[in-house]
Ligand binder design. Structure first.
Ligand code: ATP
Ligand code: MG
Length: 319
């Protein structure tokens, strides 16, 4: 993929996206370590590519490694390489991803999943640029720019003991936070048009169109799978409804059910017990307000008396 193609494929003009893009381009010029954070499907990998392609390493390789796919017992050798005979199965000298990325960029995707046992070794490498193959006694200086990405909250992972704090601070020099799609609804229509047209070309079909109401609905949706989810929806619509105008009723139920604010919750097809829902909500309100009945009543839009009446009626106990 050429750089020009690549630039064209990063779609969005919302101020939220532009701010991150601007930061990405500035950091691209230096070799500083970048930590890209963002929800699943928000475009972390695409941003890593932008940084590499805007850097003076762009003629060199960017090696992408998914840390979640590295088995713990092979992690060190896969990253740092090994020499023949260093462990059972090490039948020849082998380069690691770091050596492969020499002079270029190493993109460590899902860094939160990197086995704890190699985190210390990665930190040492980040601080010294010295790489030691498994089984070797010598080290070699490497010239690698590291970009890491994660959908996890690494501070939480540190608290849980899954991620080294020192490594976190070493990676966190320049953090880039990719906004979720729901935080930049201004880009929804642009992405929709882009994907619809490129998919129509790919499948040799007439592009679908989206009615005003359908677009409104898509903008109100929360997109837990972010851009990937939007792209997949466009793909489904392009195939099933080529050349048609998509109305709200053509949208998947999880999207069309939030079409207006009147539908705060949606009734399951097989119904539910209103009484059970009421009891559950009262319990939750009491939990949230630590048993303070006036606060709980406010959370439910009731007077304290009405709440007390219902607590008594359903014999709700709260501890
Ligand atoms: N701004 C954008 N413009 C166009 N396409 C985008 C944009 N952001 C993401 N995409 C597309 O959405 C999909 C998901 O993006 P990407 O793989 O970069 O997300 P991610 O954050 O790495 O997701 P995950 O956490 O699941 O690995 C890809 O197909 C990518 O090309
Ligand atoms: Mg990714």
């Amino acid at each position: 993929m050429t750089q020009e193609n690549f630039k064209n494929s990063l779609i969005g003009e919302s101020p939220e996206l532009n701010a991150v893009l601007w930061a990405a381009k500035i950091t691209a010029a230096s070799d500083v370590t970048v930590l890209i954070q963002g929800e699943s499907g928000s475009g972390k990998e695409i941003f890593a590519r932008v940084i590499h392609n805007e850097s003076n390493r762009k003629q060199q390789k960017m090696i992408s490694v998914n840390c979640a796919a590295i088995p713990e017992n092979l992690a060190e050798s896969m990253l740092f390489g090994h020499i023949k005979g260093s462990f059972t199965g090490a039948i020849s000298n082998q380069k690691g991803y770091i050596q492969e990325a020499d002079n270029g960029t190493l993109f460590l995707d899902e860094i939160g999943e990197l086995p704890f046992s190699v985190q210390a070794k990665l930190l040492r490498f980040l601080e010294s640029s010295e790489c030691q193959k498994v089984g070797s006694t010598t080290t070699h200086k490497m010239n690698v720019r590291i970009i890491a990405a994660t959908h996890r909250n690494l501070r939480e992972e540190i608290k849980k003991g899954n991620f080294r704090e020192d490594l976190f601070y070493r990676l966190h020099i320049v953090p880039l936070e990719i906004p979720a799609l729901r935080e930049r609804t201004g880009d929804v229509q642009l992405l929709l048009t882009h994907f619809t047209h490129s998919l129509a070309k790919q499948y040799h079909v007439e592009p679908t169109r989206y009615s005003k109401n359908a677009i409104k609905c898509l903008k109100a949706y929360s997109w837990p799978g972010n851009i990937r989810e939007l792209r997949n929806l466009c793909e489904r619509m392009s195939i099933l409804l080529a050349g048609k105008t998509i109305e709200i009723e053509n949208l998947p139920s999880e999207i069309k059910n939030i079409q207006n604010d009147e539908h705060l919750v949606s009734l399951p097809d097989n119904g539910l017990s209103l009484e059970k829902v009421e009891i559950e909500l009262i319990r939750q309100a009491l939990d949230k307000s630590s048993g303070n009945q006036s606060k709980a009543a406010r959370l439910l839009g009731l007077t304290r008396d009405t709440l007390l009446y219902r607590i008594k009626k359903y014999a709700i106990k709260h501890h």
